[in-house]
Design a binder for this molecule. Structure first.
Ligand code: HEC
Length: 140
């Protein structure tokens, strides 16, 4: 009997710890985005978003005031963007120079939205809750 109480007590303690830790954990949409960024984007955009063959990502919030447009860009990549949207991209009308790979088929729509939110927060300085909400990955 005493043994069973001890086990029950331990389980409750663990449950309480998990419950009390949850609110301070980072939102999971950003965790997904961080992982995707490291595996699918950093080779061209740099480990800190500083740019390598792809541009630095510090201006993403200015280039893309609306997250949905940035998601579309990342989904299509340079070549399909040129065909489907035009020769410039973003609110600052940057010329499409080529070289951004389409992520459609490589990543799920959720992964694309999550990595987009991650870049907006980590490199673009957008508030976490705002970016997750705009990009449609809040609470996921
Ligand atoms: C093979 C290299 C490569 C990979 C991999 C890559 N990119 Fe790019 N990216 C580029 C290049 C090159 C451009 C500029 C394209 C152009 O001008 O047509 C670009 C442009 C961008 C832009 C526009 C930035 C701005 O403000 O001008 C964003 C946002 C972006 N990439 C996000 C991503 C994300 C997110 C990933 C990973 C899912 C990714 N890229 C993977 C090469 C890459």
């Amino acid at each position: 009997m005493a043994g069973r109480f001890r086990i029950t007590g331990a389980v409750c303690l663990i449950a309480m710890l998990i419950a009390s830790c949850a609110p301070s954990d980072p939102p999971s949409g950003l965790d997904v985005g961080r992982e995707v960024y490291a595996t699918a984007c950093s080779v061209c955009h740099g480990n800190s978003g500083q740019g390598v063959v792809g541009p630095a990502l510090s201006q993403v919030a200015l280039t893309w005031p609306d997250c949905a447009d940035q998601i579309r860009w990342t989904t299509l990549g340079s070549d399909r963007w040129r065909v489907e949207v035009g020769d410039t991209y973003g609110a600052t009308a940057k010329p499409v120079l080529g070289g951004m790979l389409p992520q459609e088929g490589l990543l799920t729509p959720h992964q694309i939205a999550a990595v987009t939110a991650f870049t907006r927060v980590t490199y673009g300085g957008v508030d976490g809750a705002t970016a997750l909400d705009d990009c449609g990955v809040a609470g996921s």
